[in-house]
Ligand binder design. Sequence first.
Ligand code: TXA
Ligand code: MG
Length: 344
Amino acid sequence: MNTLLLSGGKDDILKAGEILARGGLVAIPTETVYGLAANALDGNAVRRIFEAKGRPMDNPLIVHIADFSDIKRFKLVSEIPEKAVKLAEKFWSGPLTIIMPKGESIPDEVSAGLDTVAVRFPSHKTAQEVIKAAGVPLAAPSANLSGSPSPTCAEHVMSDLNGRIDAVLDGGECKVGLESTVITLVTEPPGLLRPGGVTAEEIEEVIGKIEIDDAVLHQLKSGEKAASPGMKYKHYSPKAEVVLIVASDEDYINYVNERKGEGVAALCYDGDEKSLEVKALTLGEKNDYGEQAHELFKRLREVDELDGIKTVYARCPRPDGVGMAVYNRLIRAAGFEVIELEKL
Ligand code: TXA
Ligand code: MG
C-alpha cells in the first residue's frame, strides 16, 4: 500500500476524515504522541490497526473525542461517573485518558473484550479537526510498530509504518512527547494505570485519593494480572541494552567512563556530556522533567542509530510529578534493570 503524506492544511484534514470514514487508517498528531486512528465504532477498521502495528489483540485502545458531549452522543459509556465530569472540567482537552464502564456502541476490538473503555479528548487542534471531519470518534494507539518507542513526529511514524497504513497527517512535533496519563474510575479509589503529562498530584487535587497501580513503578511478578494490559508488554526497547543508573553526577560519570571502549553510550542530563568520554545523548536539564519527557522517545530512537553500541547507561529522574512518567517509560526501556549507586 502507498502511504500518503498529508500536511495539516484544510483540504488534507478533510481528506484524512474521508479515509477514516470509509474504514481506513490515518496516523494523526496529538499533543502527546502520534496516534494511529480508525473509526472507533467500526470493528473491522479497528482490527486493521492491530495488524498494521503488530499489536496483541488483548491490548485495548483509547477512543478519542472532539467534545465532551461526544461521550453521550455516540453511547461510548454506560454511565458517566461524577469524578469523570470533574476531571474533564479540569484537564480536558488535554493529555488525560479516563477509563469508564463501556457503552453499547464500543466494538470488542476496541475494548479487547473488557467491560470498560478508555476515553480521551486531545487538545491538539489538528486531532480535533480530524475527529470532526471523520464524523465519528477515533480509536488510536500510538502510531509505532508494537515494541518500538512512540512517535513524536511524522518522520518516526513513516519509519515504522510506511506502506502499512493509508496516510500520515504531519502536524509537526508533539508538545508533551509521552503518552497520556491513564486513570481508571471503575475502581474505588480510582487507579493511576499510566503516568503522563497530567500528574498524580494534580489529579488528587480534583478527585481526592487515588491509587498508583503496582505496574507503574515495578515489574509485575510472573502470572500477576495487569490492570492495564499494555503494562505487561516490554516497551520502547532499543536494540542496545538500556541500564538505568541511580547515582550522583560524579558517580554516574565515573561509572560510565570506567567502561569506555566497551561499546557503551550515555543517555544523560545536559552538561554531563562535557565530562563523559563516551558518545552522549542528552535528555535535558536535570530538574526539568517536562523537557526530559519531550526528548525521551526521540533519543531512544537515536540510540538505535548508533553503531557498535551494546549498552546505554541512562540517568534516571525521581518518580514524582512528570518525573514519574519519564521514570515509568525509562524503566520499561531498560527491562527493569537498575543499578543503584545511591538511593532514589
Ligand atoms: O497519549 C496517548 O494516550 C496516545 C495518543 C495517540 O492519544 N495513545 C496511546 O495509546 O498511548 P496506546 O494504545 O499506545 O496506549 C493505551 C494504553 C495501553 O496501555 C492500554 O492497555 C491501556 O491504555 N488501556 C486502553 N483501554 C483500557 C481499558 N479499558 N482498561 C485498562 N487499560 C486500558
Ligand atoms: Mg503505545
